[in-house]
Unconditional design. Structure first.
Ligand code: NAD
Length: 322
């Protein structure tokens, strides 16, 4: 089976390179259709064409210039390919500040404050348009409930700020409440975003599956990554009706580029999600077990997890465990 591969930039090529070696060692039997990403001449079309052909992809992080330059390639891919559901699990894999966390964030990926409609009004003011539609709200909340049903999750929490954003968040909340009625076996509740941040830090065990609009989902998934040990462990996937693109939650962490110290596990756990998606459950399980074994050894794990190891030592340890 051919799968689109985009290594990205910054730490992307190192971590995705390690993931490819681990998948090969695990016997995943994947033929990559690699699209070379070029920071100097950013062109999203070859990535889009490859994903349309193969329907499944693995991607490393891609840098977006801050405050200027080209539009985010990551957002463009999600919008152009209608990869509307961002799935970001946060699960405790090693002892940390919190124990036994097992949450999943479902993020609407195509609209909200990421609609890309933003402009200056004169010289000294600027505005962004936050689009929320009934269609996209229904679609993401249904995806959340279906995911909860499939994965045996007991509760869905919808996130909003409908006390202030009465039209946009009001529409999302009203839609979520309606959809919830079709899933009587799953508990439903809603939380205002600011309260939710505090609740998650105080008692994350009270939450199970969280469904949110684009920006709130983006922020909450980083917060939840922090609860389980940081972005180095945060896997992610973007699903559309036909295409699925797997990528770590984190960005290109330029300060770690070429230093052999970036944690490859967020990308590897994203690849594990991909293996499950394409029906290679056995290889996925084997790799998960190898990750668990590796995480016990402080000599090999990367500094972000409190270890004294490196990217390459972690990669080798996972391969050895396999
Ligand atoms: P970032 O996720 O790259 O890094 C934030 C911090 O998290 C880093 O400084 C580092 O301390 C830590 N970190 C992240 N990944 C790590 C890893 N694998 N191992 C160890 N530590 C890790 O976020 P940022 O600095 O805000 O963004 C850098 C660039 O990445 C920006 O251009 C941004 O637009 C882009 N970005 C891309 C994606 C994507 O491709 N999907 C996602 C987020 C950010």
């Amino acid at each position: 089976m051919k799968i689109t591969l985009v290594k990205g930039d910054g730490i992307g090529p190192e971590i995705i390179g390690a993931v490819c070696q681990i998948l090969e060692a695990g016997g995943a039997g994947i033929e990559w259709d690699e699209v070379i990403w070029n920071e100097e001449m950013p062109d999203v079309e070859p990535i889009i064409n490859s994903l349309k052909r193969n329907k499944v992809g693995l991607k490393g992080p891609i840098t977006t210039p801050v405050g200027k330059g080209f539009r985010s390639i990551n957002v463009t891919l999600r919008q152009r390919l209608d990869l509307y559901a961002g799935v970001r699990p946060a699960k405790s894999l090693m002892p940390g500040r919190y124990e036994n966390i097992d949450l999943v964030i479902i993020r609407e990926n195509t609209e909200g404050l990421y609609s890309g409609i933003e402009h200056f009004v004169g010289k000294d003011a600027a505005e962004s348009i936050r689009i929320i539609t009934r269609f996209a709200s229904e679609r993401i909340v249904k995806f959340g409930f279906e995911y909860a049903r499939k994965e045996g999750r007991k509760k869905v929490t919808a996130i909003h700020k409908a006390n202030i954003l009465k039209c946009t968040c009001g529409l999302f909340l009203e839609t979520a409440r309606k959809i919830a009625l079709s899933y009587p076996e799953i508990l439903f509740e809603d939380r205002i975003i600011d309260n939710m941040c505090m609740q998650l830090v105080k008692k994350p065990e009270d939450y199970d599956l969280i469904v949110a609009t684009n920006l709130f989902g983006d922020i909450l998934s980083d917060l939840c990554a922090g609860l389980v040990g940081g972005l180095g462990l945060a896997a992610g996937a973007n699903f559309g009706e036909e295409i699925a693109l797997f990528e770590p939650v984190h960005g290109s962490a330029p300060k770690y580029k070429g230093q052999d110290r970036a944690n490859p596990l967020a990308a590897l756990l994203s690849a594990v999600m991909m293996l499950k998606h394409i029906g290679k459950q056995d290889v996925a399980r084997k790799i998960e077990e190898a990750i668990s074994a590796t995480l016990k050894n402080k000599d090999v794990i990367t500094p972000d997890l409190g270890g004294v190891g490196s990217l390459s030592r972690m990669r080798d340890a996972v391969i050895e465990a396999l």
